[in-house]
Design a protein around this ligand. Structure first.
Ligand code: SAH
Ligand code: SF4
Length: 386
């Protein structure tokens, strides 16, 4: 595990928004520059104002129109009645002993969305959500138990980054370096909003994040993945593979019944990967389900010839789930089988488990509280038993 600044929980004060912007305001946080230009021109302003406005919103992280002193007073006044800078409001910060922080945000309609800051190995990764809940129904995933609630707007996605950046950087002095779309939801099922959010995140006068440091993870919605490859956004893609046979993957991930392993791998072989880039394969390890030597063998075969790296993710438990995490030795053994076949593989150390902040554990906060209670109890029992 890498080193990172220890955060004083008491000092982790969240910014307070006076009120959440109403849904009928125009949300600017996730508007790419092009769309912002159309918006200001439609309202009788010169196009270059959009650039100024964009820089205030993205580069300088403005939270009020008043601070945009190089814009005319009348424009600022107009914007403050018509538009909003904050699409979501910070609600809570839940710290895990390993340094992971789960941030929760209120949305204007009462829904809650979560993002996780994961400091490790010299990087600070933010895991963002793209939907409230998820419709994909993966059996091992806690988010799936919520069902699908709604898509997040591009502003609600970008604002997770903007708030996390402000909160994290003001408390630790270190910068967010990587963004992964691995929180709640299937990003490719919220295509337009995710693409707009990416355009804002990548814009040099926006958040100016490097393509190489942004990863969009998908369960494998094949036709949409092909369309995504045509966007020339050139961000990294990660595929939640999780099984090596259609029979097992059909069970674990209903999406496989629509686009099976052959179709998924076929699309990935055709994917317009830039030189020196690899596709990440996430493989949640489930004891007795997908962790055998034969699975390792089949995995090697499936990935043959693809520039890839495999991330083994020991399954993170949640209340009511029917799986078990393999023991450590089995995970290491599986990894070694892959290494022996020259597969680039790492074990993603599970982080944030205690606060349900780990990947695949995001879900309704009320349930998170119950889980915390239960988790504490079982830990205590474990300690009592020595
Ligand atoms: N919907 C997208 C992105 C969010 S899920 C996708 O499925 O790719 C992010 C990752 O968490 C996926 O790779 C998924 O396989 C993994 N995951 C889901 N539930 C998990 C759990 N309980 N433990 C560990 N990883 C899990
Ligand atoms: Fe949705 Fe991803 Fe969870 Fe599957 S693993 S239910 S696609 S969030």
């Amino acid at each position: 595990m890498g080193s990172y600044a220890k955060i004083d929980e008491e000092a982790f004060v969240l910014p307070v928004l006076e009120r959440l912007p109403a849904a009928d305001l125009v949300h600017l946080r996730g508007m790419p520059l092009k769309r912002l230009e159309t918006y200001v021109v439609e309202h009788g302003q010169k196009a270059f104002r959009a650039r100024q406005l964009f820089a205030w919103i993205q580069e300088r992280g403005a939270r009020s129109f008043e601070e945009m002193t190089d814009l005319s007073k009348s424009l600022r006044q107009f914007l403050s009645t018509e538009a909003a800078l904050s699409a979501i409001a910070p609600k809570g910060a839940h710290h895990s002993p390993d340094g992971t922080v789960k941030l929760t945000f209120d949305l204007h309609d009462g829904a809650v969305v979560e993002s996780v800051v994961i400091p490790a190995d010299g990087r600070v990764t933010l895991c963002v959500s793209s939907q409230v809940g998820c419709a994909m129904g993966c059996q091992f995933c806690r988010t799936a138990t919520m069902g699908f609630v709604r898509n997040l707007s591009s502003s609600e996605i970008v604002d997770q980054v903007a708030w996390a950046k402000q909160i994290w950087e003001s408390h630790t002095g270190s910068h967010l370096s990587n963004i992964v779309f691995m929180g709640m939801g299937e990003p490719l099922r919220n295509y337009d909003n995710v693409v707009e959010a990416l355009q804002v995140l990548l814009d040099p006068i926006g958040l100016n994040l490097s393509k190489r440091r942004i990863t969009v993870s998908t369960s494998g919605v094949v036709p949409i993945l092909e369309r995504f490859g045509g966007e020339e956004l050139d961000v990294n893609i990660a595929i939640s593979l999780n099984a090596t046979t259609d029979a097992v993957r059909d069970e674990l991930m209903p999406v496989n019944q629509k686009w099976n392993l052959a179709e998924l791998l076929g699309a990935l072989r055709r994917y317009p990967l830039k030189p020196n880039r690899r596709i990440t394969f996430e493989y949640v390890m489930l004891a007795g389900v997908n962790d055998s030597d034969n699975d390792a063998k089949r995995l090697v075969k499936l990935l043959h010839g693809l520039p890839s790296k495999v991330n083994l993710i020991p399954w993170n438990p949640f209340a009511g789930a029917r799986f078990e995490r393999p023991d450590r030795a089995q995970i290491v053994h599986f990894k070694e089988r892959l290494l022996a076949a020259n597969v680039n593989v790492t074990i993603r150390e599970s982080r944030g488990t205690e606060e349900l902040a780990a990947c695949g554990q995001l879900g309704e906060p009320s349930k998170a509280a119950a889980w915390r209670e239960q988790h504490r109890d079982s830990r205590r029992r474990g300690l009592e038993q020595g």
